[in-house]
Design a protein around this ligand. Structure first.
Ligand code: F6R
Length: 249
C-alpha cells in the first residue's frame, strides 16, 4: 500500500481525477470500478471538466459500480443509479450499455448478484477500482465481519452506515436496510485500487487501516494484502496518523 498526501479535499479530488484520466489515456478500454457517496463527488466534477476541455473519451470505457441499495427504484434520487447519472454519466460520452450498477429492484436478488459478478469476471476483472471507506472500515457495503473472500452479495447495512447515509434521506428510518455490493473478494481481484479518504471523521478509520491488524472486523484492512493500492488522503484525514515513510509516495 502506498499513500499520497493531499492538502485538502479539492487537492485529493484533483490528484485522483488525474490518475484516472492517465489510466484512460493509457488504456482506452479501461474497466473502471466506481464508488458513490460524498467523497468522490468532486473527483467526478474534475473528470467532467477534463472531458469537456480536453476531450478525454469514455467511448470504450466500461464501468462497474460497487453497490446499490435494495428496494429503491433506479429513478429514485437516493439510488446510486441516479447518483451516477447525475454526477458523471450524463456529462461524459460513455455509452449507457457500458455502465453497470447492481439492480436493487431485481426480482431474483441472488441471481442478480451472480450475474453481476459474472459480468465483472467476463471483463477479466476490474482494471482500476475507486473506493471510499466507511468510518467502520467498510469498503463497498461490506460491513465489519464480512469474510475476505466474498463475491457480489446481499448485505445488511450496519447501523453506523445507515446513520452516516441518513444525510441524504428524510430520516434514518428511510435509509434502506439492505444492499447489493461487490464482495471483498471481487474488490481484491481488481488490478489496481485507489482509496479516497478525506475529512476529520475518517481519521480513526485511516489510522486503523495504516497501523492496525488485518482482521475482517475492519474490512478495509485486507487492502494491505493487495499488490497495488494507492490511498489518496488529505491532511484532515491523516492528522494523528503516523505514516511509515516506506509507504509515503
Ligand atoms: C459507496 C460505497 C461506500 C462509501 C463509504 C464512504 O459506493 O461503497 O463504501 O465509499 O461509505 O462514504 P462517503 O464518501 O460518503 O464518506
Amino acid at each position: 500500500m502506498k499513500i499520497i498526501t493531499a492538502k485538502n479535499y479539492k487537492d485529493m479530488s484533483h490528484l485522483v481525477a488525474n490518475i484516472i484520466i492517465q489510466r484512460i489515456r493509457d488504456h482506452s478500454e479501461l474497466t473502471l470500478g466506481l464508488a458513490t457517496g460524498g467523497t468522490p463527488i468532486e473527483t467526478y466534477k474534475y473528470l467532467i471538466e477534463d472531458h469537456q476541455q480536453n476531450n478525454t473519451s469514455y467511448q470504450n470505457v466500461c464501468t462497474f459500480n460497487l453497490d446499490e441499495y435494495i428496494g429503491i427504484e433506479p429513478t429514485d434520487h437516493n439510488s446510486y443509479h441516479f447518483y451516477m447519472q447525475s454526477n458523471l454519466f450524463d456529462h461524459i460520452d460513455i455509452p449507457t450499455r457500458q455502465t453497470h450498477i447492481p439492480n436493487g429492484k431485481a426480482k431474483g436478488i441472488i441471481a442478480e448478484c451472480e450475474a453481476y459478478e459474472a459480468k465483472i469476471q467476463s471483463k477479466d476483472g476490474i482494471d482500476l477500482q475507486l473506493l471510499g471507506i466507511g468510518t467502520n472500515g467498510h469498503i463497498g457495503f461490506n460491513e465489519p465481519g464480512t469474510s475476505f473472500d466474498t463475491s457480489t452479495q446481499v448485505v445488511q447495512l450496519a447501523d453506523a452506515t445507515r446513520q452516516a447515509n441518513a444525510r441524504y434521506f428524510k430520516s434514518v428510518e428511510k435509509v434502506p436496510k439492505k444492499a447489493i455490493t461487490m464482495g471483498i473478494g471481487t474488490i481484491m481481484k481488481s488490478k489496481e485500487i485507489l482509496l479516497l479518504v478525506s475529512g476529520k471523521n475518517k481519521r480513526k478509520a485511516l489510522e486503523r487501516l495504516i497501523n492496525g491488524e488485518i482482521d475482517p472486523i475492519f474490512p478495509a484492512s485486507i487492502l494491505n494484502h493487495h499488490p497495488s493500492v494507492t490511498v489518496v488522503a488529505d491532511h484532515d484525514a491523516l492528522q494523528n496518523t503516523v505514516v511509515p515513510s516506506s509507504i509515503l509516495l
